[in-house]
Design a protein around this ligand. Structure first.
Ligand code: ADP
Ligand code: MG
Length: 233
C-alpha cells in the first residue's frame, strides 16, 4: 500500500497550466499542418499518402485529448459556490457513462449521505473528478468496475474513486502530478497535475492507494462548507 500526499513543488497554478495547454495544442496543429501540406504533392506513393493522413489524424486526436482534459477551465464562470457533492458526482457519472461502456467498465455508486456541500468552482470540480474517473476507466482495457463512493465526517467529505485496473508501482504513483508524465500512447500527462491543482485550490488533499495488477483508489478529501439551516414555518 502506497500513501501519497500532494507534493506542492509539482504544482503550478491553474492559469499556468492553461497557458501550457494552449502551447501544447499548438504542437499537434503544426505537425498536422505540415502533413496536410505534404499531401499537395502529386507524385506521392499511396502508402506515403496514407501514412501522412494517419499521422495528421493521430496528431489531431492528441490535440483533442489535451483540450478535453482541460475543457471546463476555459468556461467563463469561475465563481466559488456551494456545491452539492452527490449532485456533482451524479453529473460526472452521466458524463463518463458512454466512455465506461466503450471500455466495458461497470460503474457503481454508493453515496452514504445525500446532503454534503463543498465550496468550489463547479466546472473545475467536475473536471477534476472526470479526469480521475477517466484515468480509472483507461486503466481497465479489458473491462472492470469503477466505484464512486462518498462518505463524510463532521468536517470533511471523502470522495473515493476506485478501479480494478492495471494499478501502479510506488515509483509510478510518485510521478503522478508531474506535467506531461504519461504511460499512454495518446496520453497528455496533464490530467493529474490538474486534479492536484484543483483539489489544492479547494483546500483538500488526495490520497492514492495502488497495487500493480490489482487496481487504484483515489480518495479526495475536502473540507465541507458550513451548512445553512433554514427554519420551516
Ligand atoms: P494521461 O491520462 O494523459 O496519461 P494523466 O496525468 O491523467 O495523463 O495520468 C498520468 C499517468 O498516471 C497515466 O499515463 C498513468 O500511467 C497513470 N495513472 C493515472 N491514474 C491511473 C489509474 N487509475 N490507474 C493506473 N495508472 C494511472
Ligand atoms: Mg488522464
Amino acid at each position: 500500500r502506497e500513501r501519497v500526499y500532494l507534493q506542492t513543488d509539482k504544482l503550478s497554478t491553474i492559469s499556468e497550466l492553461s497557458a501550457s495547454v494552449s502551447h501544447e495544442v499548438r504542437n499537434p496543429l503544426t505537425v498536422t499542418k505540415g502533413f496536410l501540406q505534404l499531401l499537395y504533392s502529386n507524385d506521392l506513393p499511396d502508402g506515403k499518402r496514407r501514412s501522412y493522413i494517419d499521422l495528421a489524424l493521430s496528431e489531431l486526436y492528441r490535440g483533442e485529448a489535451i483540450i478535453s482534459d482541460f475543457l471546463s477551465l476555459t468556461k467563463s464562470n469561475q465563481e466559488t459556490i456551494p456545491l452539492d457533492v452527490v449532485k456533482e458526482l451524479n453529473y460526472v457519472h452521466n458524463i463518463i457513462s458512454p466512455y465506461a461502456l466503450m471500455y466495458k467498465v461497470n460503474v457503481e455508486t454508493s453515496f452514504e449521505h445525500d446532503n454534503v456541500v463543498v465550496d468550489g468552482v463547479a466546472s473545475h470540480f467536475r473536471q477534476c473528478l472526470i479526469n480521475i474517473a477517466k484515468n480509472g476507466i483507461e486503466a481497465m482495457p479489458d473491462g472492470g468496475t469503477l466505484e464512486l463512493n462518498i462518505t463524510s465526517s463532521n468536517t470533511h467529505v471523502f470522495i473515493e474513486i476506485k478501479d480494478t485496473g492495471i494499478g501502479m508501482s510506488p515509483k509510478e504513483v510518485a510521478k503522478l502530478g508531474t506535467q506531461y508524465y504519461t504511460t499512454k500512447e495518446k496520453g497528455t500527462g496533464l490530467g493529474t497535475p490538474l486534479i492536484f491543482r484543483i483539489v489544492e485550490s479547494m483546500n483538500g488533499c488526495i490520497n492514492i492507494q495502488s497495487q500493480k495488477g490489482k487496481g487504484t483508489k483515489f480518495i479526495v478529501k475536502l473540507p465541507t462548507a458550513p451548512q445553512v439551516h433554514y427554519e420551516t414555518a
